[in-house]
Design a protein around this ligand. Sequence first.
Ligand code: NI
Length: 144
Amino acid sequence: MIFVSRQEHFNAAHKLYNPHWSEEKNTAVFGPCANKNYHGHNYNLIVTVSGTPDPETGFVIDLKKLSRLIRNEVIEALDHKNLNLDVPFMKDKMASTENLVIEIWNLLEHQIPKITSFGKLHSVKLYETPRNFVEYFGPEHSAL
Ligand code: NI
């Protein structure tokens, strides 16, 4: 099994704020991330496809096609957006990196087979900061 990855980048604003909680509890749990006027992150997204090389090209997936797919499906929806206000698939969800990787997975999973017959989506890794990142391997890996 070969793992092929493409990294893309986007900027977005969000706040972590649970509307069912008091101001005090939000501040206690989320600290400055609960700032009511939002704050921004430079997100780095790494999408990994697993498979075997196509004998005709030697590629599991054409990375130009994967890059275009990520840009069309994910980056356009998120770049320079407010995750809490501007992004329909994040509506009524906490704008956490965890919830974002699940949504990004859902945007990409069924598109990958359209651009390769030799691989499938393996993981979505999202860096919110250089030191904080979340990785998702899809729903079949979520049972503990
Ligand atoms: Ni934040």
